[in-house]
Design a protein around this ligand. Structure first.
Ligand SMILES: C[S@@+](CC[C@H](N)C(=O)[O-])C[C@H]1O[C@@H](n2cnc3c(N)ncnc32)[C@H](O)[C@@H]1O
Length: 216
């Protein structure tokens, strides 16, 4: 879960990352759907929006888009830049339709596309097609995090930005009482990224922890 709304986060979000009607509507859809609120928080959305504008990527891959909340923040940065394409890789057919509709409602369909499939299969397909990305944001099934990192490594251009969400996993990564598969896979990922000779990286303590890495 990434959308923590502590008083401090509410304060930051109100001042710096106010959600417009469209983003509020995406959250409303999620609540109505009855599923978990798995979107990133507004403070993190604004952070991704600013990072995208600083980095000026022409091609972005997001793995795990849910209702498109994070996709809208990122694609809005591309709209502001007037260039670039976000590819949303999402396994759920139903979510893909919702994301597409939300991107159309946000007038972002020129800056974002939606691909249905498993993140692993789609990333492997992009590798086979010699496609590369200037930025990748991973926010999907945690057990594949080490695999997503290995595939991202092949897909990212030199100087590209890799972002991976939920890397603190509600603090479980530092609590030895937790040894479930998801926690272990996130620990493995954190180890892999921090020790990689191909990336310069850190883990930013925003929301549930965001790995930020630059491909050498
Ligand atoms: C945490 S939510 C993404 C939230 C979104 N990034 C946001 O902030 O609005 C995780 C999403 O990953 C998708 N997902 C789960 N397993 C996947 C897989 N193997 N490949 C691609 N997407 C997957 C789920 O269907 C869900 O929509």
């Amino acid at each position: 879960m990434s959308d923590a709304r502590t008083p401090v986060i509410e304060y930051i979000s109100k001042l710096f990352a106010a959600e417009d009607h469209l983003l509020q509507n995406v959250l409303h859809q999620q609540k109505e759907g009855g599923g978990p609120m798995m979107n990133i928080g507004p403070d993190q959305g604004k952070f991704l929006y600013l990072l995208t504008q600083i980095h000026r990527p022409k091609s972005i891959l997001e793995v795990g888009s849910y209702f498109g909340y994070s996709s809208i923040w990122i694609a809005r940065a591309l709209e502001k830049l007037g260039q670039g394409l976000l590819t949303c890789a999402e396994i759920s057919e139903k979510q893909c339709e919702i994301i597409k509709n939300n991107l159309i409602k946000a007038n972002l369909n020129n800056f974002a596309e939606v691909k249905q499939g498993s993140g692993i299969d789609l990333m492997q397909k992009f590798i086979d097609e010699s496609k590369t990305f200037d930025m990748i944001f991973i926010d999907a099934d945690k057990n594949n995090y080490p695999n997503y990192f290995k595939l991202s490594s092949k897909l990212l251009n030199s100087g590209a930005l890799l972002l991976i969400d939920n890397c603190l996993w509600d603090g479980k990564v530092v609590d030895q009482n937790f040894s479930d598969l998801q926690t272990e896979n996130i620990r493995t990922l954190n180890q892999l990224v921090s020790e990689s000779e191909d990336f310069e990286s850190t883990l930013v303590t925003i929301q549930d922890g965001l790995i930020m890495a630059i491909k050498k």
